[in-house]
Design a protein around this ligand. Structure first.
Ligand code: PEP
Ligand code: MN
Length: 680
């Protein structure tokens, strides 16, 4: 071994043990906080504070060149551990040994999730794997185990029906939930090429979560096995190098297999949610954020389900999951599994449950338990606080709310018409909301040119307040000899830069056959000005569940633009963000004439969000900042701007691209411009 490596590894070991010591120190502080909270009545989870902690550490990470998504993942786990630690305090759980049943062989995901759950509750466990979910549940009822930890849903493959069936047929209660990030790998007895594989073993869920990867293997037949880790065990025992298995890298290592390919899930964010079952229900302190799960059969009346759901929404309970399953022995009748945020020990929730009992034909409360799987909250975009000394418009007051005249209906469109919907449409992109009262900044180069260019720009614009990263990879260029973009390779670079900096990405889609593939990777699909009336493209975009950024055509009227948006919305996709980017007029001093009056008109005529692109709108970088401020003052919901590390060398739209310094100063001053309140 190289002596230098030894020295470096020693350094690494020291850093690692330092990290562990810091985690222990952090837990010590949490313990002290828990003691203080024990005396009070306040809730232990504070989403605002959690968000501030995450924002703070992510900003610090970025300054040090560490990936935002890595730091966010680590801190989400730390925060969730802290909440569990405090919950344990309030609930008086402390220590002890429990017997836990799970399905699968040792090192199965269920095994890992069960250990994580026990650690969170400060419990020691004796874990036993069973062949099937039913055997694990039966062991619990037979008194062979105190708890069973079973998977109930996966974020890629969906609900695990067999476990829902057990909840219906067995007298079991849910006392907890746990989440596990599934990280599938492909492993075999020897390091063979993928083309040599004839069979791939895994649990049906594992096969389903890697379906696209499996399709790419030329000769291998997917074969179901009772468990992921068990499949690895079987592959190791058989020793046939043409048979591989899908499970966690930990299982591969435990059974001595060679990993042929890491990260083979079809979607990178692949999580499984587990329920922790007990033969008896458990009460949870009301200061702990909880979920309640129940089985519901509705009455045989019209609107019966709606009435049940109204009981929950009317009493301020937010529903997190609704699953419909067949009612055994009753063809074409259904029962519902419903999860909502609330705790049956809380009088408000128990009153709602009583009301639900009379609205429904049958309910069975499966339990109230500390919530772990909640989608992160989104918030409206905004710009950093004002810097008085740099105000471009210190005397400006917020412009008056747009008056919405008595319903006027267009003949060209109806769904996007304000008359069809008074409230602003608000669209979630990553964890930021576009529309309504928020102001969202999308920034980045005209074209993605290299990994370094896009990653560097991503970090810079994020640090200076941008919410979304832009970058074209398929470019609509006037001349066929001009740079046409990096295509799909560019998209990979853009998505990587977005992940590293924690920003969602927007990029242009030019053709119908690009839509489906692009929708899998990009967070917003942009329709360029030249394609505003490409009706086939618009219709295809109406079929995907992805926000669409629709630029105004070079010579299109506002009515034509809204009619184009109607093409997307009429197909079912309501997530359209309009973007004013300048129109062709006789004026030649600027590349286009930026029509800011369109913002006021759109806000009056439509409920869709409208943002402004001052880069294409003017074509000259010195005009971008004033037009950006004006757009905010006019009531736009945000901006789309071109920023480049070396603008003069940009491969497209060099003249209008801002330098980093220009972007930073524009953003500082933007905060001093009041935005417009929503139409009232
Ligand atoms: C772009 O945003 O890079 C672009 C090509 O814009 P537009 O379609 O408005 O010209
Ligand atoms: Mn451009």
């Amino acid at each position: 071994m190289d002596p230098d490596i030894d020295g470096l590894r020693q350094g690494l070991d020291e850093v690692d043990s330092g990290i562990v010591r810091l985690i222990a120190e952090r837990r010590g502080l949490i313990e002290a906080i828990a003691k203080v909270k024990e005396q009070g009545t306040s809730a232990i989870a504070d989403p605002d504070r959690e968000r501030r902690v995450l924002d703070g550490v992510v900003a610090e990470a970025m300054a040090l060149g560490v990936s935002a998504s890595l730091v966010r993942t680590i801190f989400r786990e730390l925060i969730s551990d802290s909440v569990a630690q405090q919950a344990r305090h309030l609930n008086g759980d402390g220590g002890g040994r429990v017997r836990v049943a799970f399905q699968g062989a040792a090192h199965a995901y269920s095994d890992a999730a069960a250990r994580k759950y026990l650690a969170g509750r400060g419990l020691e466990g004796d874990l036993t794997g069973y062949r099937t979910f039913r055997e694990a549940a039966d062991a619990l009822l037979a008194g062979e185990a105190d708890l069973a930890v079973l998977p109930i849903e996966n974020t890629t493959a969906g609900s695990i029906n067999e476990v829902y069936a057990l909840l219906r047929s067995h007298e079991l209660f849910i006392v907890g939930e746990e989440t596990w990030k599934v990280d599938h790998c492909l492993a075999a007895a020897a390091d063979v090429p993928l083309s040599a594989l004839s069979r791939i073993l895994s649990h049906p869920q594992g096969l389903e979560q890697c379906a696209q990867f499996l399709q790419s293997l030329p000769n291998a037949v997917p074969t179901t096995y009772f468990d992921t880790a068990g499949a690895m065990q079987a592959v190791a025992a058989a020793g046939d190098p043409t048979v591989a298995a899908i499970a966690s890298p930990e299982a591969a290592a435990a059974y001595g297999l060679a990993v042929l390919r890491h990260d083979i899930s079809d979607f990178p964010d692949n999580f499984t949610r587990f329920v922790v079952l007990s033969p008896t229900a458990a009460a949870v302190d009301t200061r702990i954020p909880c979920k309640t799960s129940l089985i519901l059969v509705t009455r045989h009346e019209e609107g019966a389900l709606l009435r049940c759901l109204e009981v929950l929404s009317g009493s301020g309970h937010s529903m997190t999951k609704l699953e419909s399953r067949p009612r055994p022995g009753r063809p074409w009748e259904y029962l519902f599994f419903l999860d909502f945020e609330g705790n049956a020990a809380d009088p408000r929730t128990s009153a709602a449950l009583d009301e639900l009992r009379s609205a429904a034909l049958y309910i069975k409360v499966l339990g109230s338990y500390p919530a772990k799987a909640l989608r992160p909250e989104a918030r409206p975009g905004d710009v950093p606080g004002p810097q008085a000394d740099e105000s471009p418009a210190e005397t400006l007051e917020a412009v008056a709310a747009v008056e919405v005249p008595a319903a006027r209906r267009s003949r060209q469109y109806k769904l996007v018409d304000r008359a069809a919907r008074q409230a602003d449409t608000v669209i979630r992109v990553g964890d930021v909301l576009v529309g309504g009262d928020g102001f969202v900044v999308m920034a980045g180069p005209c074209s993605v040119e290299s990994g370094e260019q896009i990653s560097g720009t991503a970090k810079f614009v994020r640090d200076h307040g941008a919410h979304v990263l832009r970058g074209g990879v398929f470019k609509p260029r006037t001349s066929p000899y001009a740079f046409q973009g990096l295509g799909w390779d560019g998209l990979d670079l853009l998505v990587t830069a977005g992940r590293e900096s924690g920003l969602p990405v927007v990029t242009e889609v030019m053709a119908v056959d690009q839509v489906q593939r692009m929708a899998k990777a990009a967070d917003i699909l942009q329709v360029g000005a030249r394609n505003m009336q490409n009706f086939d493209l618009l219709r295809e975009l109406g079929k995907v569940d992805r926000p669409v950024l629709l630029k105004r055509g070079l010579s299109s009227t506002i009515e034509e633009w809204l009619a184009a948006a109607e093409y997307v919305v009429a197909q079912g996709n309501q997530q359209v963000i309009l973007c004013e980017r300048g129109i062709r007029t006789f004026e030649s001093a600027t590349r286009n004439t930026l029509d800011l009056s369109a913002v006021a008109v759109i806000r009056e005529r439509s409920h869709l969000p409208v943002i402004v692109d001052p880069s294409h709108g003017t074509g000259q970088r010195r005009y971008v900042a004033p037009m950006a401020w004006a757009a905010r003052a006019a009531g736009a919901h945000g901006l789309l701007m071109e920023v480049h590390p070396d603008p003069d060398q940009a491969l497209s739209d060099a003249d209008q691209s801002l330098s980093f310094d220009q972007f930073a100063s524009l953003m500082r001053q933007l905060a001093a411009v009041p935005g417009s309140p929503p139409p009232g």
